[in-house]
Design a protein around this ligand. Structure first.
Ligand code: BGP
Length: 462
């Protein structure tokens, strides 16, 4: 008999975000974000026309929810602070009700023996900042840095683990390339500027934290999608290399190594989409390297060389450089349409070990979204054996990477309680805990009981 053993101080828990769980979206002084605004303008863009006001009401129920986390064996939990709640005008006065809420929530977590991992920005741009041009405007970058400093001052006594951004590429691709998120722009050059300015904001916030008197750690949460070529043919390999540059290294390299890859800068210059920079930027990036990394992993990206010519009159897109490859026989999550490839997490961790100085990291999101999960209800409990299998398979590959020296410190599932998700609203359920949207009742799923046991035993049998 063998046993997949995890260190006794491994971080176990789950992740969520302010906009997706708090609710009270326009209460107690909170100003609107782009999500409140977009829903008001175009409710039809949201699944079942359910908007960001309908959440699992963490703002009201955080105390009992934290007790539920304890039952699941959590020793850590990631959520975010809402910029629009803390500083309703984007800059200037702090909202005292927000300070009370976040201080109390953080304290409650600590009292329950749950380490708070706090992210400063999870897709929820305050509307007032978007109206100034969002990340395209360097004034917004500076406002964000002030907001970050305010958070460090207010909550830094109790928070040891900070993240500047969650998945910064998502607002870039969904908001500026694929028309899936507000502001629904389709423009490669503007997307590049947004990506670049986000990383300047990130680096400045990291340096601000390092300059403060606090002794925790600061990082960034990146969704890393290993890019696999269809074959070892050089043209397929080139396609995979470019996909990796655009979707992973565009954030990973500046965050961990403090500089952009030369090949990426060259590509941007070749296509005349290089961002506007300022003379001090190189030094800002060099001095704003992270202490650790959060890795979100859901699915890999499989690509092949582009055979069909792109429409030269259409907008420039990343897909100019590769075509998606639907590998025959790949395992799919048939309840969500995403590929399941657990070894991807091992490949990411080994890449960080071999090429990124083995930076301390942890899996900050991984999970399985399922539509109509009520169909798996038996005697009031969701029998989510598929999720147990999914988590187990990923933990096995994480364990393997760790046994080969990868510096992985923990695992957080997306998510704690089924939550509202961007334009998908409640289409895909991910939680350890099921949420009844009508009654707000929470019920632990089979996977929630299962994980509690894994945590208690620090692993599981092979
Ligand atoms: C990640 C985000 C989360 C969450 C998750 C699931 O990219 O960080 O905020 O939304 O994806 O997404 P979805 O509900 O769209 O399947």
């Amino acid at each position: 008999m063998c046993f997949y053993k995890f260190p006794n101080d491994f971080w176990w828990g789950s992740a969520s975000s302010a906009a997706q769980s708090e609710g009270a979206s326009l209460a107690d002084g909170k100003a609107p974000t782009i999500w409140d605004h977009w829903f008001e303008q175009q409710p039809g863009r949201f699944f079942d026309e359910v908007g960001p006001a309908q959440t699992s009401t963490f703002y009201e129920n955080y105390k009992s929810d934290i007790q539920l986390m304890k039952q699941l064996g959590h020793n850590s939990f990631r959520t975010s602070i809402s910029w629009a709640r803390l500083i309703p005008d984007g800059v200037g006065a702090v909202n005292p009700k927000a300070v009370t809420f976040y201080s109390s929530m953080i304290r409650e977590l600590k009292d329950a023996g749950i380490e708070p991992f706090i992210c400063l920005f999870h897709f929820d741009m305050p509307l007032v900042m978007q109206e100034k041009g969002g990340w395209e405007n360097r004034e917004v970058v500076d406002a964000y840095v002030e907001y970050a400093k305010t958070c460090f001052e207010l909550f830094g006594q109790d928070v040891r683990y900070w993240f500047t951004f969650n998945e910064p590429i998502v607002p870039v691709e969904q908001g500026y390339l694929y028309d899936a998120h507000y502001p629904n722009v389709v423009d490669f050059k503007r997307a590049v500027q947004v990506a670049y300015n986000t990383m300047i904001a990130h680096a400045k916030a990291v340096s601000a934290y390092h300059d403060s008197a606090q002794n925790g750690q600061i990082g960034i949460v990146l969704n890393l999608t290993p890019s696999y070529p269809r074959s070892s043919h050089p043209s397929d390999e080139k396609a995979a290399r470019i996909a990796d540059l655009l979707f992973n290294r565009s954030f990973l390299d500046p965050a961990v190594l403090g500089q952009y890859p030369h090949e990426l800068a060259q590509l941007m210059a070749d296509y005349s989409v290089a961002p506007q920079t300022q003379p001090e930027d190189k030094e800002l990036l060099r001095s704003g390297k992270v202490d650790m990394l959060g890795v979100n992993y859901y699915q890999p990206r499989r690509v092949k060389a582009r055979l069909n010519a792109v429409n030269p009159d259409g907008p420039m897109l990343p897909e100019w450089f590769f075509e998606p490859y639907e590998m025959p026989g790949r395992k799919m999550n048939r309840y969500r349409g995403w590929e399941i490839y657990a070894k991807g997490v091992y490949d990411i961790l080994l890449n960080l070990k071999n090429n990124y100085g083995n930076i301390p990291c942890y899996i900050s999101e991984n999970g399985m979204g399922v539509e109509d999960e009520e169909r798996f209800l038996v005697d009031g409990q969701v029998q989510d054996d598929y999720r147990i299998e999914f988590i187990r398979d990923h933990l096995i590959w994480i364990n393997k990477a760790m046994s080969q020296g990868a510096n992985c410190r923990g695992y957080h599932l997306w998510t704690f309680i089924d939550c509202w998700s961007w334009a998908n609203a409640y289409k895909n359920r991910y939680g350890f805990v099921a949420l009844d949207l009508k009654t707000q009742q929470r019920t632990i799923k089979k996977s929630g009981h299962w994980i509690a046991q894994i945590v208690q035993e620090h692993g599981f049998e092979c």
